[in-house]
Design a binder for this molecule. Structure first.
Ligand SMILES: [Fe+2]
Length: 386
């Protein structure tokens, strides 16, 4: 058996208004920052202006690359690398959701490493440490600011490639829950369900152990009990705080423990149909939980208890089923699709999607229950209709 591992080399600043304190932490990284943001409204949001003001006040020149699309491509990353090179940037700051953060990770890595990004897919294929990278999330779901993973679209099949490396870690994460207040309900729901999926999958993953599982259980509790509130009232500071905390804790858990089948399937759905990552996870999670119950009923009981469900006296498999049912009921009241059909995924595409997901041996290998191709088809069928 492999030794248990706990990875956490990222310095984290967390708290309402902590964006304002960025100046105290950036002085050592360089004199010319590449600022990476999405291409939509976030590229012009107040937080970008505040950040630029802080950096300029510290004597740092800022070059702003605002071209990151959802599910960023290898080509976009290379444009960012060229832009950074032209402007002489010596460190990188990413502000936004999972897509800008993931793209910035690979841009920062590419600035210190030659080679084809596609060849970095998988574990441990980036030779040297990236340029210093600071991540500032504006959503609460991805946890990318504290993980060693970046998901980039590319390769022969235009698939979502997970690039996983010790050399991808940011040096600093600045997590300011106030930056998430302006997220609309649909984005809050989708990204929040990504956080809950990270919590649940990392809790039962094969590489999970005591410290990672503590993080997973706390993250599941916070996400399950706060997501509906954060969607109903985006200015609910307590719910926003707790969702940011859930995302952060789940990120720390899964960067060491790994994920599982919901993520393998969600990546295939994203690659083939463009279904947003969090929406795919939301639809799939209860069905993957039910599939996995036979492998680890006691762990799902622990999750049910953490989520605040009354499962006392129930045998572990029944308590586990309650946890899956509660997740499904939560998704049903959120402003996102509950089934693949509702999300526009045709029944006829399920076998192709399962075959694509089956190629993701890394995520399947951390899932607690072994899988054959037909299992993946069945989980997708279960998630297909009401
Ligand atoms: Fe995810």
């Amino acid at each position: 058996m492999a030794a248990n591992t706990y990875r956490f080399p990222v310095q984290v600043i967390f708290g309402e208004g902590c964006l304002e304190e960025t100046g105290a932490f950036v002085g050592n990284f360089g004199k010319h920052a590449l600022l990476v943001t999405g291409s939509g409204p976030t590229s012009k949001c107040a937080a970008v202006e505040v950040l630029q003001g802080i950096l300029t006040g510290e004597g740092i020149t800022v070059s702003h690359f605002a071209g990151i699309e959802a599910d960023p491509s290898v080509e976009t990353v290379e444009k960012g690398v060229a832009f950074a090179g032209e402007n002489g940037c010596d460190f990188v700051i990413a502000l936004g959701g999972g897509s800008p953060l993931d793209a910035a990770k690979v841009i920062a890595a590419r600035l210190n490493n030659e080679g084809d990004i596609v060849s970095w897919e998988g574990l441990g294929r980036i030779p040297r440490r990236s340029k210093p990278l600071i991540c500032i999330p504006t959503t609460s779901g991805t946890g990318s600011e504290v993980t060693w993973v970046a998901v980039i679209t590319g390769g022969k099949r235009r698939q979502k490639m997970s690039i996983v490396s010790q050399n991808l870690y940011p040096v600093l994460a600045i997590i300011d829950p106030e930056l998430t207040y302006s997220m609309p309900p649909e984005l809050t729901a989708a990204t929040g369900m990504d956080a809950l999926t990270h919590a649940v999958e990392s809790c039962v993953a094969r590489r999970a152990w005591e410290p990672t599982r503590s993080l997973s259980l706390k993250a599941a509790q916070l996400a399950y009990t706060n997501l509906e509130k954060a969607c109903a009232d985006g200015s609910d500071g307590e719910a926003r705080h707790n969702m940011s905390m859930a995302s952060f804790l789940a990120g720390m858990a899964f960067t060491s423990a790994g994920l599982g089948l919901a993520h393998a399937l969600a990546h295939a759905l994203g690659s083939h149909s463009g279904l947003a990552h969090g929406k795919a996870n939301a639809i799939l999670l209860p069905h993957v939980m039910r599939f996995n119950i036979a492998a680890c009923p006691e762990l799902y009981r622990e999750l049910a208890v953490a989520m605040g469900l009354n499962v006392s006296g129930l045998p572990a498999p029944r308590a586990a089923e309650e946890a899956a049912r509660a997740v499904q009921e939560l998704v049903a009241v959120l402003p996102i699709p509950s089934h693949l059909e509702e999300a526009g995924i045709a029944e006829t595409s399920l076998e192709t999607l399962a075959a694509e997901a089956f190629l993701n041996t890394r995520l399947r290998s951390t899932n607690p229950r072994d899988t054959v191709l037909e299992d993946l088809v069945q989980v997708l069928r279960n998630a297909s209709g009401g």
